[in-house]
Design a protein around this ligand. Structure first.
Ligand code: DC
Length: 219
């Protein structure tokens, strides 16, 4: 069974997808981490962001692994580094590069293998796993999402103004919804859930209910 969770930045996908995977005993795949790892690799090599071919070549050269708890880049544990504000701000170069996307989609399918998996991102139910047995589209208002991101960054010791986080997020929303390749889009067969006003636990409860119901129907 593949469960896809797509939605805009800050809707709470990562934490609820991870918790849901734990409850179901499924593997968890954070696909944003693969785009972040490519961006970090480019920063480390001082790559010119305008050179799309070089970025695509780099994506194919580096070794990225993602498991339930750790992300590695060429053997280095980069789990925390890829979440910094600086890497978040440049990851769109990787996410809007068609060749990088094509390569990472192949990697993501390989990571999922034949296992039961909860996978989260922007295009999981539409492009990467259109055959998924259960598709969720998680949303929340822009202010609520920015507030959560701002709190996460503060917890990591990054002090930014709320307005900066909100405007950065609006920019990313704009890019996510409107890019030519792999845009954020709700799959027609996805269940949409707004997380406004719900605790993470309430969201996970609701998602678990949806998935178990689907599993029973398919059994
Ligand atoms: O979910 P996140 O914030 O970790 O995603 C990081 C970036 O990668 C963000 O710019 C959206 C992009 N992304 C994507 O284009 N496709 C995915 N499947 C996952 C993330």
């Amino acid at each position: 069974m593949i469960v896809t969770i797509d939605g805009p930045a800050g809707a709470g996908k990562s934490s609820v997808a991870r918790a849901l995977a734990g409850r179901l005993g499924f593997r968890f795949l954070d696909t944003g981490a693969t785009y972040r790892a490519v961006a970090l690799a480019a920063v480390r090599r001082g790559l010119d962001w305008e050179d799309q071919d070089a970025l695509a070549r780099l994506a194919r050269e580096v070794a990225i692994t993602v498991d339930d708890t750790q992300v590695t880049l060429d053997g280095d544990d980069v789990t925390n580094e890829i979440r910094s504000y600086a890497i978040t701000a440049v990851t769109h170069y990787a996410a809007t590069n068609p060749e990088v996307r094509a390569h990472l989609v192949t990697l993501q399918r390989r990571f999922a293998d034949d296992d039961n998996v909860v996978t989260e991102g922007r295009d999981q139910g539409t492009v990467v796993f259109p055959q998924a047995g259960c598709k969720i589209f998680l949303t929340a208002s822009a202010e609520e999402r920015a507030r959560r991101r701002w709190q996460d960054l503060a917890a990591q010791g990054e002090r930014l103004s709320f307005d900066d986080v909100l405007s950065g997020q609006r920019q990313r929303d704009e890019r996510d919804w409107n890019r030519d390749v792999g845009p954020l889009k709700k799959a027609p067969d996805a269940v949409e859930l707004s997380t406004d006003g719900l605790t993470a636990e309430q969201v996970v409860d609701r998602l678990e209910e949806i998935v178990r119901c689907r599993m029973t129907a398919e059994a």
